[in-house]
Design a protein around this ligand. Sequence first.
Ligand code: GDX
Ligand code: MG
Length: 370
Amino acid sequence: MSLIVFPFKEETLEVVAANLTTAATHDRVHEVWAVGAADNITTDRVADLGRDISVAHSKPVEVFAQERLGTFRSGKGDGMNTAIRRAAERGFDRIHFYDADITNFDHGWIDGAEEAADRGFGVVRHRFPRAATDAMITWMVTRPGLATLFPGTILPRLGQPLGGELLLTESAVAALASDDAVVARSDWGIDTMITHRTAALGLDIYEHNAPDGKRHALYGSLTDIRDMTLECLDAVSSLADAARPTSTFEPDPPAPVPDDLKEVVGYDTASTRESIATQPSGEETAVLDELGADGSTDLGGEEWLDVFPRLMRGFDLDSPGWRAAAFRLWVRRVLHYTENVVPSGYDPATNYLEGTILSFEAQADKHGRP
Ligand code: GDX
Ligand code: MG
C-alpha cells in the first residue's frame, strides 16, 4: 500500500491539481493526501479539487490542514509530521513525499522510488540536477554542517539532504513518528532531521536521480529564504551530539544535466546585495565580533571554512543578533561564490562546490567535531 503526500502552503492551484492527478492515476498508489499549512487560505479550494480528482479516478484523495505538533515555528515540519503520524496509524507500507509546487512531476518520480523500494531499500531519496546558484542552503549550510559533524560517513555524501522528495518505508515511518526531536521540528528544519534519523536507523538508503531536474517556483532575493536558511542552520547544529549514521547508501550513477538548467539563475543578486546594505545593529556586531568576522566583505571558500564551524556551534535561533549575523555572512558567502566561481561555467562551479564539502570533512577529520 503506497501513499503519496504533498505538503502545501499557497501554491498555484493548477499545479497542485496536476500533481494530485498524477499521483492519483499511478496504479501503485492507493491514496493521496495534501496537507495544508495552518491558516492556509487555499485549503478549501484544494479540498474541492481533491474531491473532483478522487471521483474522476476512483481513488481516495484527502485534503486536510496540518496539526500543531512541534515546538518550532509552525511550518512544513508540522505538515510532514501530521502525515507521518497519520500514516503510521493507518499502516501504509510506503509513503512518498513531494513538494506541491513541482511543475514537472510525473509517474517517473513515483516509479523511480517504488522500484528502489522493491529492491529492498528502506528509504529512497530523489536527487535532481540544480542550477549553479540554486540550492545555496544545501551547499553552504547543510552539507558543510553534516561534513563537519559526520566526516567520512554517508551524511556528507547525500546529494540533497534537504530534499523534500522521498519515499519512506513502514519501519522508517514508525521510527520517525515516535522520535521526539523529529516531531518537535515543525519548521524548515524537518528535512535535516529526517535525513539524519533515517541515516541513523540502519536502513539502506537509495538516491534516485530525476534527470530533468525539479522545476518549481524559484526565488527573488535570498531574503525570501531567510527563515529557511536560519532554521536549516539551527537544525544541523542541533545534531552536534547525535548518533553517527549506520545506514548504507547507494546513489544512481551521475547523468547529464539538461542544458537549459545550466543557464537558470537561482536568485536575484542586485536585490540580495541591497538587503545586506544596512549597518549591523549592536547585537549583531557583538556576534560578528565573537565569530571573528567583520561582516563588511564577501566570504570566499577559505573564510567560510574557517568561520562556519563557530557559527554552527554558537548559533541561537531565538537571538536577533545571531539571526542577523548568520544571514549576513551566508549571503556574503553566496554572493562571493556567485560572482567569482559561477562565471567559470556550470561544471566547474559544481565541482568546486563538491570540493568545498570535502574540505569541511578534511578539516573535521583533523580537528574533530567543533
Ligand atoms: N503543510 C505545509 N505547511 N506545507 C508547506 C509549508 C507549511 O507551513 N510551507 C511550505 N510548504 C510546502 C510548499 O507549498 C511546498 O509544497 C513545499 O512545502 C516546499 O516549499 P517551497 O516553498 O516550494 O520550498 P523550496 O524552496 O522549493 O524548498 C524545498 O527544497 C528545499 C531545498 O532542498 O533546498 C523544500 O522541500 C525544502 O524543505 C527544502 O529545504
Ligand atoms: Mg519549491
